[in-house]
Design a binder for this molecule. Sequence first.
Ligand code: UD1
Ligand code: CA
Length: 455
Amino acid sequence: MNIAVVILAAGKGDRMESAIPKVMHPLGQAPLLIHALRAGQALNPARTIVVTGHDAENVAHTARQFHHSVECIRQAEQLGTGHAVAQARNTLSNFDGDVVVLYADTPLICPESLQRMIEARAQHDVVVLGFHSHEPSKYGRLVMAGHSLERIVEYKDANTHEKSITYCNSGLLVCEKDRLFELIEDVENTNAANEYYLTDIIAQARSRGLRCTAVTCAEDEVLGINNREELGKAERLFQSQKRSNAAQKGALLIAPDTVFFSFDTEIEHDAVIEPYVVFGPGVTVQSGATIRSFSHVEGAEIRPGCTVGPYARIRSHTTLNDNVRIGNFVELKNAEIARDAKINHLSYIGDANIGEAANIGAGTITCNYDGVMKHHTIIGKEAFIGSNTMLVAPVEVGDNAITASNTVVTRNVEPDALAIGRSKLTVHKNGARKLRNRLIAKHHKHPTQSNECAE
Ligand code: UD1
Ligand code: CA
C-alpha cells in the first residue's frame, strides 16, 4: 500500500507558556516533531509532509534535517486540525494511496499501532487510533456503535453524557487520500472553538454510509502534550520505555532509574551501564562494553569490550575501538581511539587519532585550539605518552615513540624516538637535612615569627 504521512505541526501550543513552538520542545533530547517523523518513517511512506505554521522556518528546517525528502507546507492561520490537513491537498494531488495523519504533539506512538491501523483499513474507510482512559480529561471522545465509530465529539462540545465516555481519540487516523479531502471539504467550524475539526470527518463519513472504526492502543503511547506537565510526564514515560528496551535487548542497567537516554541511543546485548549515566544524542554502546558511573556520553560509537569512566565525558564524533579503556576525568572530543589504547586518568584528547595499544599518561592534553583554529594530533600505535605531556597541535608522535613526563611536544616525534622537553633537575646531596636544620634554628631564634604560632 502506498502511504503518505501528514504530520500536523503548525500550532503554537499556548498552554506550553513558551516562546518556542510546542513541536520544537525536546523529548529524549530531540524535538517532539522528530519523534513523529521517526514514527511515520517506520511505515516506509512514499511521501512525508509536515504542516508548519508557528515559527514555520525553524520547524521546516528541523524536518528537512531529519530527511531531505520531507516536504513542508505552511498553514498560514491555525484554523483547526481539519484545516491543517486540507493544506496538503495540492501537494498530494499526484499521489495515490492512503494518508496517515500524525500529530506532532503525540510523540510516543509505536510503529506497531500504526501498522494495526493500516491493517484495519482493509475493512474500513476511516480508521482512528483510540485508547481507554480513567481520566479522559480534555481528549475528544469516540462514540461507538459496536465496532462502528459513529462520530468523535470534542471535549469542548461534549454534553455530560458524552464527557462520561472513556474511549478517547488519539488524533491519529488513516484514510484513502481522495476520500479524506472530500470529507474534510464538508467540515464546518460551527463549534465551541470555531475550528475546522479533523475529527468531524467521522460523522461526515457515516452520513455517507462509509465504514469507520477505531483501533485501540495503550494510553501512555498516545499521550498528547499540551503543557509542561504533560511534557514532563512524556519524558518519564520515554525514559522508562528506553530502559526496558535496553534490558529486553540484553543490556544490564544496574540502576535503571538513574540512566538517561536520548531518542536514538542504542545499547547492545551484554553492555553494562552502571548507575548515573547520561547519554546525549548519537550514541551506540556495542556488546560487552561497560559505561561506569557518572559518565556523560554523546556522539560516540563505543565498540565491544571498551570500558568508559567512572566520571568520563565523551563528546561528539568519537569512536572507541575494541577494548579501549577510558578512565576517570577524561574528556574526549572528535577522537578516533584505536583498539586496546588506554587513556586512564585526567586527560583531554580532542581532534586526535590515537594508535592501537597506545598508552596515554595522566594529565595528557592535546592543545588543539590556538584561539583561532582547531588542529589535529596523531599518536602512533604502542606509543607511550608520559604523564602531563602537552601535545601542541598540529603534531604527530610516531609508532612506539615515548614522550617523557612533563614534555611539551611542539614538533613531530618520529617512530621509536624519545622526546624529553623539560628543565634539568638538580639534586643537592643532604640538601633536605641542611634546609630543615636551618629552618629549625631560625624558628628557635624568633619563635613568634613562625607560622606555627601565628593565629
Ligand atoms: C486533538 C483532537 C482530539 C484528540 C487530541 C489528542 C481535534 C479537533 N481534536 O485535540 O480529539 O483527543 O488531539 O491529543 O483534532 N495543529 C495544526 N493546525 C491547527 C491546529 C492544530 O497544525 O490549526 C496541530 C498542532 O500543532 C498539534 C496537533 O495539530 O500538533 C493537535 O492540535 P491540538 O490543538 O493540540 O489538538 P487537541 O486540542 O489536543
Ligand atoms: Ca494536543
